[in-house]
Write a new protein. Sequence first.
Length: 95
Amino acid sequence: MRVRMNLRQCVWVLALALAAGITGSTVRAAASPLFQDQAHDQDYSKNKRYQQGLREAKADQAHKRTRKRHFKKDEDQKAYEAGYQHGHGGDQHNH
């Protein structure tokens, strides 16, 4: 009788753990696109790296070339890439 009680408790604990795992992964999967959209829509228009990317993209487009710059700070890299994409016409937002 005691073994049956422990087995029943183990089954419940396992079921709850499985349910929590499924719920947690679903919440993370649903939240990920929302976070990416916020990062993509960030306004870098006044950022000096954004302005640099914008200028260089226009110059590169006029001379039919591409360039890649790498910055130590992630925020600088993201701003530059956003400006470069906008300068190439890849981003149609009005900044």
